[in-house]
Design a protein around this ligand. Sequence first.
Ligand code: HEC
Ligand code: HEC
Length: 209
Amino acid sequence: MRWLQRGSGVVLALLLVALVGWTVITAAQEEDRAAIEPATARKAATLVLARCAVCHTTDLIAQQRLPQDRWTVTVEKMVHWGAELSPEEAAVVIQYLTARNHPGAPDQLPSIEAELATMEPARAQSAASDGPLTGIAARGAALFAHNCQACHGEGAVGGAGPKLARNAVLKNEGAFWETVLHGRGPMPAWGAVLNRQEIADIHAWLTTR
Ligand code: HEC
Ligand code: HEC
């Protein structure tokens, strides 16, 4: 009988380890959900509108309720299918969708567009705030391809969004910056995703079109 007693001791110990492990994992999952800064959420929501909604509605995304590992698989699949996300951007989107659309989330959530509209505006940025910037067109080309081309077309000739090549808005820097930083209608606001130098680089490249 001694071995049996020892055996049940081992079983008890294993149960204890399992219980502690489970508690730790559950706590970690809770933390994954909770740990999202407002600025990160804003950036992620902008990325979803700008990079995911070019192929399907955000409703297709928002109706899902998935744990983090399944969001990771889904977003990786979308990147494979053509979603323009760097690994760092994909991580932000996964974090946001896990926090928002986890299996315990309510059935009715506001749309991602509505949620973005209620978020605090990104840190005030303006073209004039730190003096003029010199945009570098060679860098702007890649930034445009990554961020803007899906809607404004290859070479900025237009698509779902207006033609930007030779667009008068390029000469009106106030209007250009206002639209790009804060968005307009279906055009996402970029202030949370791109810094001023990057926007200046895109502007510089657009003026060469
Ligand atoms: C290049 C086009 C494209 C882009 C960009 C894209 N998707 Fe998709 N996505 C699809 C297609 C095609 C389907 C399958 C559509 C269907 O079943 O109706 C799909 C389906 C989905 C689904 C449904 C579940 C599934 O696994 O099929 C989710 C969730 C999803 N996408 C999330 C995203 C997210 C998040 C992004 C941005 C990171 C994104 N998608 C960007 C093409 C795209
Ligand atoms: C999801 C699609 C989408 C993406 C991505 C996008 N735009 Fe737009 N953009 C639009 C739409 C749609 C409009 C027209 C808005 C309106 O009708 O008020 C627009 C308008 C603009 C305008 C104003 C044009 C004018 O004639 O006044 C500028 C400038 C602009 N976008 C720049 C950019 C830049 C730079 C990027 C990348 C950083 C970008 N857009 C990414 C959809 C998009």
